[in-house]
Every structure is written in C-alpha cells, then in structure tokens.
Design a protein around this ligand. Sequence first.
Ligand SMILES: Cc1cc2nc3c(=O)[nH]c(=O)nc-3n(C[C@H](O)[C@H](O)[C@H](O)COP(=O)(O)OP(=O)(O)OC[C@H]3O[C@@H](n4cnc5c(N)ncnc54)[C@H](O)[C@@H]3O)c2cc1C
Length: 420
Amino acid sequence: MPDAATPHIVIVGGGFAGLNAARRLARRDVRVTLLDRRNHHLFQPLLYQVASAALSPADIAMPLRSILRGAPRVRVLLAEAQAVDPAARRVTLDSGSLGYDALIVAAGAGHSYFGHEEWEALAPGLKTLEDALEIRRRVLLAFEAAERVEDGAERAALLTFVVVGGGPTGVELAGAFAEIARHAIARDFRAIDPTQARVILLEGGPRLLASFPPDLAAAAARSLGRLGVEVRTGAQVTRITPDAVWVGGEQIRARAVVWAAGVAGAAIGRSLGVPTDRAGRVMVQPDLSVPGYPEIFVAGDLASVPLPGGGTLPGLAPVAIQAGRAAADNAWRRLRGEPTVPFQYRDRGSMATIGRAAAVAVVGPLHLSGLPAWLAWLGVHIVYLIGFRNRFLVLIQWAWAYVTWQRGARLITGPWRGRD
Ligand SMILES: Cc1cc2nc3c(=O)[nH]c(=O)nc-3n(C[C@H](O)[C@H](O)[C@H](O)COP(=O)(O)OP(=O)(O)OC[C@H]3O[C@@H](n4cnc5c(N)ncnc54)[C@H](O)[C@@H]3O)c2cc1C
C-alpha cells in the first residue's frame, strides 16, 4: 500500500469523468482521493425516467464507496470543494482543506438561467435526483389539484406542462410527460381527463436538437407531434411567473414548468483563475491541463475542449468518460516527468429518446429514427448501466413498465418532500 511519500492525486467529482479517472488510477502507485458532495454516482442520462416515474432513484444511482470497494488505493470523501488554490496546491473543502500533487477537476455543470436566477424556483432544471423527484412531484400534484378545482381556466392551467429547451433533455422530458398523461394515468381520474393535458415544448432556436442533423430533428418533432406534444420553435421565454410562462407578449398559463435550456460550468471551475468560456467552462489545453498549472486537469462537462474545425466537444457521458481516463493518464505521466498526450475523443454516435419505442440516433454515417434508434438507445444504456453494476433487473422492470404503461408505486407523491 502507498505511504505518505507516495504522490497524491485529488479528484473533485464522482460523475462520469471523475469516477473513470479514479478507476484508471486505481492500479497505479499513487494515493487517490475522490471527493464528491454526494455519496453516489448518478447515471444522469436516465434521470428523466425518474422525473417521469418510470424508474426509482435507487435504480440510477449507486454509492461511490461500493463502486470503488475493490480499489483500496482510492479514498472516497463526502465533501464539497469550495475553491482551489493552485499556487499552494490545495483544495479548500467545506471543512478543512486537502493538498495535492496533481488535481483533476470533474465537477460537471449546473443550469444557466441566462441571468434570470429568480426563474430557478419556478422552473426547476434536471440535474440531480432531488431535481427529478421535485419535477415528478410537481407534475403529479398538478393532476391532483386539477381533479379538485371547479374553475375551468384554472384547471386548464394546471393541466398545461411547459418544457423550456428543445435539446435532448427537453425532448425526452416532453415525450415522457405526454406518455404519463396519455397512457400511465389516463384512466385514473374522474373529474378530469388526463389525456387532454397540454405538453408544450418551447425552443428558442429555429429547430429542435440543434446538435443533431436536421433530418433527425424533424423526425423527433414528428414523433413528439404523434404523442400530442405542441412543439414551438423560435419561442424565446421572456418571463416566468408562478402561474405562467411568457413568450414575448404571449402568456401561457401553466403551473408545472421545467427548465432544460442552458448549462453553466460548476462554480469551482472559476476558482482556478484561468480563462472560462461563456458557459463558465474551463478552457483547457489539448492535454486537458489548464494554462499555467500543468498539474491541474479538467475533464467532463466542466471542460471546454476545442475541436480542430471550431466549436467544442459536447457535454455528453462518453466525452466525460473518455476525458476522465485521459486526464488520469496525463496526471500520472506528469507525476513521472513524462510528456503528456493530447486528448482525442472517439465519437461513437449520439442519441436521444422521445418516448416509447421512438428515438433518434447518429452512429457514424447512419441516421436512425423510430424503433431502430430506440433499440440502439436501449442497447447502449444497458451496456453503460451494466458497466457499473448489474442492472438487468432494472431493465426488466423498465421493459415491463413500457409494455404495460404501469408506473405503479412510483406515482405516489405528496406535499411532503424527501420521502418518495
Ligand atoms: C437529464 C440529463 C440527461 C442526459 N442525457 C444524456 C444522454 O442521453 N447521453 C449522454 O451521453 N449524455 C447525457 N447527459 C449528459 C451527461 O450526463 C453528462 O455529460 C455527464 O454526466 C458529465 O459527466 P461529469 O463527470 O463531467 O459531470 P457529472 O456527471 O455532473 O458529475 C459531477 C460530479 O461532481 C460533483 N460535484 C460538483 N461540484 C462539486 C463540488 N464543488 N465539490 C464536490 N463535488 C462536486 C457532483 O455531485 C457530481 O457527482 C445528460 C445529462 C442530463 C442532466
């Protein structure tokens, strides 16, 4: 086992990038400390399934300690990193501080409300399990409240669900909400008809899924249309109030609004004192280190990695996984005095699901939509889930929910928080 003289690598964040960095370093002759403010690794790509009551929180999260049980050189700390002092090579924690020889910052990204932070309470985003449960709670309680009210206009507002942002998360959420209304709870109410609920997807740009080819964006819009989702492009949200969303001068009365429009790099990135892009992501060198501090690396959603033809790598799980491993290898090389290697992302495709048996996917030259894309999406998610734990049971349970439309006990909620 390493002693105190063994070099120490600190990793901030146990998401896809940080966890893969830790695993990569587990067999090296270094001391590794992985710290995260939560005690679990979260499979974010399936968060919307929790928000839409198709999966339970425990299905998509796993304690970091259990994942790294077999890696005795890796110490897991439940702690929040508040700032980095690059000159002193120390990370300030919520309690105490930690010195390092090399640092990998993989703290991910949060939501950006484009200067309207007051919208956050009215339109939560989807990033954590708490967010997913809060969104689920708001949607289910809106149906419950609609069942009680007599006033037609108020009932219509309660049965209007607005998703802001037409990227993959917004598309997935809108599709999932439409499925809840049209199928999962369609026959469970007496005074209201849940199938009459409106799901509106607002996108400020000219089309959905800007990062996908136009033909697939159009296929996604058609699939959403079949589910009854009202897709509106060129629709910039200008105001959000407790009972309405405004698009320019138009008021859309709605009680449940979800934000899927902007991301902002985690605050810890700014404490490095190096350049960040407009989204607050750290602009890294080709080897993922930061300018002026060759022993500090940034990986995952927090890193702004330039592409040769312009633009930057997207905030996707495969990017974070590969970058986490690359940052770990380069940190190890740096400690040994070896030259580092530029990070090269191997793009194996991207995909977004739109609901039951519908998705869009780009895999190399192939553009898939409908059932083939959904099967590809399912296959990839099985592989990744199994990658950190055997989740066949989850998949079976989920497949059952798809076949039967049943959400079961996951439809339980209430005004109480934190018990569902
Ligand atoms: C709803 C949703 C759906 C998505 N769907 C897909 C998809 O279908 N396909 C795809 O490829 N990608 C998808 N993504 C994107 C993908 O999940 C991210 O790109 C990926 O999680 C980034 O990994 P990361 O390690 O950089 O950050 P994260 O996974 O966000 O991990 C960051 C970690 O750092 C911790 N942390 C943050 N700040 C601190 C701090 N100050 N101190 C200590 N710990 C800290 C957090 O608790 C977290 O555990 C989706 C994301 C979301 C939110």
